[in-house]
Design a binder for this molecule. Structure first.
Ligand code: ZN
Length: 59
């Protein structure tokens, strides 16, 4: 059985693979880094789109 590495799309042999579903530690870390950046970016986008805080939140 093989899967596609989520980062680089290379075929990965699933059986006994240390970094599955990634082809390598580098791709595994790259995917983790992508998730961290997306988490980090969300609050900034909310700050830019919201002109003023909702007053009901502070009552
Ligand atoms: Zn890869």
């Amino acid at each position: 059985m093989t899967v596609r590495c989520p980062t680089c799309k290379a075929p990965v042999v699933w059986k006994d693979h240390p970094y599955r579903p990634f082809c390598s530690e580098r791709c595994r870390l790259a995917d983790l880094g992508r998730w961290f950046r997306e988490d980090y970016r969300l609050p900034a986008e909310e700050d830019e789109s919201g002109d003023a805080p909702d007053p009901e939140l502070f009552q």
